[in-house]
Design a protein around this ligand. Structure first.
Ligand code: ADP
Ligand code: MG
Length: 389
């Protein structure tokens, strides 16, 4: 069911509270990756153009309900000012008299950024009183924070029930692309799942296996499956307690699951460490850290014939070259395939961005955990709370 869009509301001269995902990495008081800020620009610019009074709110990091100086949103206000080419005023807090007084002075077209929502423990508790205080600042609520939609917090869930609500353009785009792939994928439908652990992704594996024609497994997660097949894995990252689950899935979906054949193994998981490639058992003291070239070739072949691709999780320890080769090979294969391609997951997205082929991917999701929960078929509280069209 589609959700009401901000386009459907009359926002002119109204105070519009917008939940954005400005949970960006900071380095020495500067925003070191502004992707999430850029992704929110279409909604913010639209509100400015419509003559709304735009009140932005977000969390940043995990301050656990107290003020943490290094987690203030001031660097975000600075970067947003540059990107918009107009001043963005930074609030001293996200609720309270001072903030209310500043909002009362706002003019149409003004942009005001509230301080980190998680400086208040009530945010994550979805406290009704805190939600009421946020709602009191505005006439309309817009949620554009897909990356936080899997959390039922005051700013993502509670407040949505207290004001006329709608989704922003980024939220809309995420729901459209991910919804299309989840509910109406064109076949042949291929999923590529990697990353560290099986335990993080069992739900999505099970759900995807029902729908896909093939599911390629790489990364640390493949190790547990290979162990389940009886391969020795040496010092590799494995989850022994997940071997039964892996065995179950292998039994249920023998045609669909494709595991790595050759593996890159090393004694030191460090950049530029020496390595070997093995096809059978991983020797004692060695850890599997990437898929080998044979596997890359096999995966590329599967990618080449797919019409729809969903990819989550790197194929190896891509942060430490040369163990990024498998992930880069998959990124290139996905980019040059003619398929509709969706990439989700924090590390997967940074890997794709590093590969230099990000512009050839149909949709790169901003929601790490949220995109996985969505693909799993779980209801996202931040989305559920918004009215249907
Ligand atoms: P995403 O954020 O895209 O969902 P994950 O967080 O599940 O991905 O996994 C990313 C992490 O998995 C990276 O830090 C990467 O180094 C690690 N990883 C991938 N392959 C391996 C491996 N073979 N052994 C250990 N860690 C791995
Ligand atoms: Mg991750």
């Amino acid at each position: 069911m589609a959700k009401r869009s901000v386009r459907a509301l009359d926002v002119a001269h109204k105070r519009v509270l917008v939940r954005v995902d400005f949970n960006v990495p900071l380095d020495n008081g500067r925003v070191s990756d502004d992707t999430r800020i850029r992704e929110a620009l279409p909604t913010i610019q639209y509100l400015i153009d419509q003559g709304a009074k735009t009140i932005l709110c977000s969390h940043l990091g995990r301050p656990k309900g107290q003020v943490v100086e290094s987690m203030r949103l001031t660097p975000v206000a600075r970067r947003l000012t540059e990107l918009l080419g107009r001043p963005v005023q930074m609030a001293p807090d996200c609720v309270g008299h001072e903030v209310e007084a500043a909002v009362a002075l706002m003019q149409p077209g003004d942009v005001y950024l509230l301080e980190n929502l998680r400086f208040h423990p009530e945010e994550e508790q979805n406290d009704p009183d805190f939600a009421r205080q946020l709602a009191a600042l505005a006439d309309i609520y817009v949620n554009d924070a897909f990356g936080a939609a899997h959390r039922a917090h005051a700013s993502t869930e509670g407040v949505a029930h207290l004001l006329p609500a709608a989704c922003g353009f980024l939220m809309e785009k995420e729901l459209r692309y991910l919804g299309e792939v989840r509910d109406h994928p064109q076949h042949s439908f291929l999923a590529i799942i990697g990353g560290a652990k099986v335990s993080d992704k069992i739900g999505v594996l099970q759900r995807l296996l029902e729908q896909v024609d093939r599911l390629l497994i790489g990364g640390g997660m493949a190790n547990t499956f290979l162990l389940a097949q009886g391969r020795a894995m040496g010092a590799s990252l494995v989850e022994t307690d997940k071997v039964p689950v892996a065995q179950d899935l292998l039994r249920q979906f023998p045609q669909k699951l494709v595991l790595p054949s050759d593996l890159v193994v090393t004694q030191r998981i460090e950049a530029d460490a020496t390595f070997q490639v093995v096809e059978g058992n991983v020797p004692e003291g060695f850890a599997a850290v990437d898929i080998g070239e044979k596997t890359q070739g096999r995966f590329a072949q599967e990618i080449g014939v797919a019409k729809t691709i969903f990819w989550n999780g790197p194929m190896g320890v891509f942060e430490k070259p040369p163990f990024d080769r498998g992930t880069l090979a998959v990124a290139n294969a996905v980019a040059s395939s003619g398929a509709t391609s969706i990439v989700g997951g924090g590390d997967s997205v940074s890997a794709v961005q590093r590969s230099g082929v990000a512009d050839k991917i149909t949709h790169i999701s901003t929601g790490g955990g949220a995109s996985l929960e969505f693909m799993e078929g779980r209801a996202l509280p931040g989305v559920e709370a918004l009215p249907d069209v």
